[in-house]
Design a protein around this ligand. Structure first.
Ligand code: ADP
Ligand code: MG
Length: 398
């Protein structure tokens, strides 16, 4: 076992600063290691300490998490941008330990506590705005989170009610260093990642769209039991599919789609101009024949297929006064329009965080017609102002 056995009152010591962290509780456990609630007597406060397993791969990835968060915290005020504050890092018996400000419940827990009935629209709106503020600075810094999901968004400690922060930069990368292809948690995985296509900060915007829908519905919008099931659900619910120019060059396209180009008499690489796609998602039988295994299919949560119908009918709000009903219905229309801009198959057309933050659903302005985002302003090229050392010198784990 490469985890430390933590018990109450176990002391983690930063041997450089002599800071002592007294373990009081275990907050989380994962493949990377454990997260402990610790007491720091010098500051009379609790902090969350992530204790990484003493294995080189985890150690190296955790150093990237430290580097990215340190850079983000230095460049932007973490209290204003809804990103967790990193406090300290040290090595304790070959375990890299990272301390963070102590936060509260994660948003999945909040949805669960609410019996999966969804959160009130004003809360969804407020949380959306805060997550967007985190995404704006991440994009500005050229950083992709790569694992945005309700479990990685935490309420602040009780002194700041209704405030949230994004945590867990353990899968994050710089936009010009997209080395891993197996990223993002499945329900929140973007189509370009499923397809093995090149990716950008836009993959976090897809996850964000999934999160907003889930906060409202109380249930995940695309609970794909496999990547095939995930793609099928996206295509069904959104009524579209990734554009041909992406399908034509993405690595995993043949696994999920068949090319019907030859039926139309097209040569390889020729663009079909009839407005229809030359790619068609494979049927379950075809997938099975092609991959020599049955695709795993999950159960459906909603009695409706289209996004518009799902959001218009779920969740059913009981005992809403009449004057509230028309207001709620209008906000639901704004939410549908908002989700449409985020759950856009083409990452280039998908709204950026700066475009999304001006949507009436977020600003609370009266929603009348489909939102046309302002053109994306040219930005400093990917992460020019932040440099993250992916191979920090002297960073070997022993
Ligand atoms: P993992 O890579 O396993 O997802 P996380 O950084 O997400 O690691 O931490 C795992 C869990 O520990 C979180 O889901 C959360 O419940 C808890 N946790 C992490 N950071 C904090 C924090 N700053 N305050 C309170 N709880 C935290
Ligand atoms: Mg996590």
């Amino acid at each position: 076992n490469s985890d430390l056995i933590l018990t109450v009152n176990f002391v983690l010591l930063n041997s450089d600063t002599k800071q002592r962290y007294v373990v009081k509780d275990i907050l989380g456990q994962g493949t990377f290691g454990q997260v402990a609630k610790c007491w720091v007597s010098e500051t009379s406060s609790y902090v969350a300490v992530k204790i990484i397993k003493n294995q080189p791969a985890y150690y190296q990835q955790a150093l990237v998490e430290v580097a990215i968060l340190t850079a983000l915290n230095q460049k932007f005020d973490p209290d204003e941008h809804h990103i967790v504050r990193i406090l300290d890092k040290f090595v304790y018996h070959r375990h890299l330990c990272i301390s963070f400000e102590m936060l509260g419940t994660n948003l999945f827990e909040l949805i669960r506590i609410n019996s999966f009935r969804g959160l009130p629209l004003d809360i969804v709106q407020l949380f959306s705005k805060q997550i967007l503020h985190a995404l704006i600075i991440m994009k500005e810094a050229g950083i992709i989170h790569c694992d945005l999901k309700p479990e990685n968004i935490l309420l602040s400690a009780s002194v700041k009610p209704r405030e949230i922060k994004v945590i867990d930069f353990g899968s994050a990368c710089m936009e010009d260093r997209t080395v891993y292809s197996y990223i993002q948690s499945r329900y929140y995985r973007s189509p370009e990642v499923v397809l093995g296509y090149s990716y950008t900060t836009a993959i976090d915007m897809w996850s964000f769209g999934c999160i907003v829908a889930e906060l409202f519905l109380g249930l995940p919008l695309f609970p794909g039991a496999s990547e095939y099931d995930l793609l099928k659900r996206m295509i069904e619910i959104l009524g579209g599919q990734p554009p041909d120019h992406i399908l034509r060059s993405a690595k995993n396209t043949p696994k999920f789609f068949r090319c019907i180009g030859s039926i139309h008499g097209l040569e390889d690489g020729e663009v079909y101009s009839g407005g229809r796609s030359v790619f068609q998602i494979r049927s379950e039988e075809e997938y099975e024949a092609n991959e020599s295994k049955k695709p795993v299919i999950g159960k459906r949560y909603f009695n409706y297929v289209k996004l518009e119908d799902i959001v218009a009918n779920y969740p059913h709000r009981k005992n809403l006064p009449d004057e509230e009903i028309s207001k709620e219905n209008l906000t639901r229309l704004a939410l549908i329009d908002f989700l449409r801009g985020l759950l856009e198959f083409d990452p280039v057309k998908r709204w950026s965080p700066l475009q999304a933050v001006q949507h009436p659903f977020v600003t609370g302005e009266h929603f009348t017609c489909p939102y046309k985002p302002p053109p994306e302003k040219l930005r400093n090229f990917g992460g020019q102002n932040i440099t993250v050392d992916h191979n920090p010198g002297g960073g070997h784990w022993f």
